[in-house]
Write a new protein. Structure first.
Length: 439
């Protein structure tokens, strides 16, 4: 693999793409440390340090996707999260709105139009989330329990609020632009690479915090154990992410004039984890809503006490059960809307394709639906178990939660993006008769 990296840097055009991508990554990380105007930086640092000690993870998922910039309240505080949300919303609306479904079938021009709608929705969501973040910071609810939480925004005039919201919205637009630059002029997969960098940026600090809080051999035993479990999880995720059910497809031979077309054999790859990391994100976001509502509500009502007791701490059995069931549900839900067996069967029939032993048309759609349901069950259970590993197996190491360094969401995203990036570089190396990464 190191030899392949060396050969990649020896290729002039590929070396330019890699260096350009690294430059964009450095620029992105610099922007994640520039505070928003109107913020008291010293008070923010005091509250961040206190929140890390108390393991306050209410905003942990969004903070993880922003590379720690959310709680620092920087210009890239919202990070890539508004774009991810906008992309998911547009993908869901494509199934519901006929106009979007028609655009999706138009090919490259329709995809470009949907991408433009995604950009507009990203900016709108950035304004909404930026306003919510500023209001949360002004009220002191962003860092509950911090004595100077209400002094994070000293100037509470409407002008300062507007400037802060505009700055964070512009930061989100800049992040979106940087991701598209990596896609166009870098090694590709720009948004995913920025997400990868945001998550990986928190690994060193979190691992060192485990070492500092450990008690066996000055924390080195806990540190080594977590590293070992991390490698095991990465190997498991790589194995499952690469697993797929290949359904053979045969195309009939057709004679047009003196030429024959078709007669080839191919397959439909159905991944075991067809939904990717989307169900974990959906389940995490949905479980944040009750805790968020309880934090902003005043008084000591019964429902607020019940939520704080059962659905705020990630190690409670009620929370674990609800989290697991939501992941399984969203796995089936997302697969159902992202893969349409009837459409695949119609396209196969249109071009003379068929599955050996299965009649074309409706029987093919029923067979694809049957296979998809069978492989989605192990895929959804795998997602649920991976997401709960930090809570179940690593609870004794530094107060692990679902945003732990080797947690399910972070590992799934990092491994998925890493595999995709390696394959892209490998394909470019193979075009020049070079030996790639994956042998």
């Amino acid at each position: 693999m190191l030899t392949a990296f060396a050969r990649a840097f020896k290729t002039p055009d590929l070396r330019k793409k890699l260096l350009f991508t690294l430059a964009i990554i450095v620029l992105y990380r610099i922007g994640s440390h520039i505070p928003v105007p109107g913020i008291d930086y010293q008070n923010v640092q005091t509250c961040v340090n206190l929140a890390q000690q108390n393991n306050n993870s209410l905003f942990g998922l969004v903070n993880m996707f922003s590379g720690g910039a959310l709680l620092q309240i920087t210009i890239f505080a919202l990070g890539i999260m508004p774009y991810i949300t906008a992309s998911i919303i547009l993908q869901l609306l494509t199934v519901v709105i006929p106009r979007l479904e028609a655009l999706k079938k138009e090919g490259q021009s329709g995809t470009a139009k949907i991408t433009q709608y995604t950009r507009y929705l990203t900016v709108a969501l950035a304004v909404l989330q930026g306003t919510g973040l500023v209001a949360t910071a002004r009220s002191g609810a962003l860092f509950s329990g911090c004595p100077v939480a209400s002094q994070i925004v000293p100037d509470r005039t409407i002008y300062t609020t507007i400037v802060m919201v505009i700055t964070m919205t512009a930061g989100t637009a800049a992040v979106m632009w940087l991701g598209e630059l990596i896609t166009d002029r870098g090694i590709g997969n720009g948004m995913s690479i920025l997400m990868f960098i945001s998550i990986a940026a928190g690994f060193p600090g979190a691992l060192w915090a485990i070492k500092e809080s450990g008690k066996l051999a000055k924390g080195w035993i806990e540190f080594s154990t977590v590293i070992l479990i991390g490698f095991v999880m990465v190997a498991l995720v790589v194995f499952v992410e690469q697993a797929q059910r290949r359904i053979p497809v045969q195309y009939a031979k057709r004679m047009i004039g003196r030429r024959s077309y078709g007669g080839t054999s191919t397959y439909i790859p159905l991944k075991v984890n067809q939904a990717g990391v989307i169900p974990v994100i959906f389940a995490s976001s949905l479980l944040y809503i009750p805790a968020l509502v309880a934090q902003f509500s005043s008084g000591t009502s019964t429902w607020k006490t019940w939520i704080e007791q059962y659905f705020v701490k990630g190690d409670h059995p009620y929370y674990i059960t609800a989290y697991f069931l939501l992941i399984v549900f969203f796995a089936f839900f997302y697969v159902a809307i992202s893969f349409n067996p009837e459409e695949v069967a119609d396209n196969m029939k249109k071009y003379g394709g068929f599955i050996p032993g299965i009649r074309a048309g409706r029987p093919t759609a029923e067979y694809l639906s049957y296979v998809l349901n069978r492989i989605t069950w192990p895929g959804s259970l795998y997602l649920g178990l991976i997401a709960l590993v930090p809570t179940m197996a690593l609870a004794g190491f530094g107060g692990a939660n679902q945003n732990f360094p080797f947690g399910g969401t972070s590992i799934l995203i990092i491994v998925g993006v890493g595999l995709e990036t390696v394959k892209q570089i490998e394909s470019q190396l193979q075009q020049r008769n070079y030996e790639g990464f994956l042998r």
